[in-house]
Design a protein around this ligand. Structure first.
Ligand code: DX5
Ligand code: ZN
Length: 225
């Protein structure tokens, strides 16, 4: 059975990595201590950019799992239910779909778990956290976007801290809260204090000249392993 680390973790987002050397970029963060690798899938519909698909998950799966790591797959796509099988087969440990992109969220979350994958829902900054109340028993993780989805390198939206705290109260301690967008050594402690356990960071890690040092600085600020 797939599981998430139970302690606070930084999840490097490969969206900001150098794709010409993706394997070695991932190795660098694994060596620095990362055990959750975040993969941003975009379809040019739900969000304007097009990024990557199951083929990239498959390419990284054995390397990440050999280190005891997990692949955290964030689907910023319309009709995510159509892609569950492909991402599960590619080696995804989590599949996180957007509340705003799926008319049949309850069914989709059930299908993700049935595929043997941890189920998650992401909510955009304009979506009330309370929409997740009805699906709490189908969730392994809930992702609060702290920027509008689509691009790395955006500024952290301050109101996210209060949203995380509200969602934590709503869902209870069992469901991991993930936060994504604008996370660096300054914002990391704020979201941990509010109750987040998985902190996605892209540009604050991969756009820095010293990637291991950037990872370690955020991990230290967050009190993460
Ligand atoms: C944005 C993606 C993020 C992105 C975060 O839509 O979901 O995972 O990589 O990038 P930073 O950490 O640079 O805000
Ligand atoms: Zn993401």
């Amino acid at each position: 059975m797939k599981t998430l680390p139970s302690d606070i973790r930084i999840a490097p987002s490969i969206l900001s990595a150098d794709f010409a050397t993706l394997g070695s970029q991932v190795q660098t963060v694994l060596d620095a201590g990362a055990r959750v690798i975040h993969i941003d899938v975009m379809d040019g519909q739900f969000v304007p950019p097009i990024t990557m698909g199951p083929i990239v998950v498959e390419a990284l799966a054995s390397q990440v799992k050999e280190h005891g790591g997990v692949l955290d797959v964030h689907l910023m796509i319309e009709n995510p239910d159509r892609q569950i099988e492909a991402f599960a087969a590619a080696g995804a440990d989590t599949i996180v779909v957007h509340y705003e992109a799926d008319l049949h969220l309850h069914r989709t979350l059930g299908a993700i778990r049935e595929a043997g994958v941890l189920a998650g829902v992401a909510i955009c900054p304009g979506t009330p956290v309370e929409v997740l109340a009805e699906v709490g028993d189908l969730l392994d993780l809930a992702l609060v976007m702290s920027v509008n989805p689509g691009w790395g390198g955006q500024k952290f939206i301050e109101g996210t801290v209060e949203r995380i705290a509200r969602l934590k109260d709503l869902l209870g301690p069992e469901i991991a809260i993930e936060v994504d967008g604008g996370i660096d050594a300054a914002t990391a402690p704020l979201v941990v204090e509010a109750g987040a356990r998985l902190l996605v960071a892209g540009s604050a890690i991969f756009s820095k000249p010293d990637v291991p040092a950037a990872y370690s600085a955020i991990a230290a600020a967050a009190g993460a392993s």
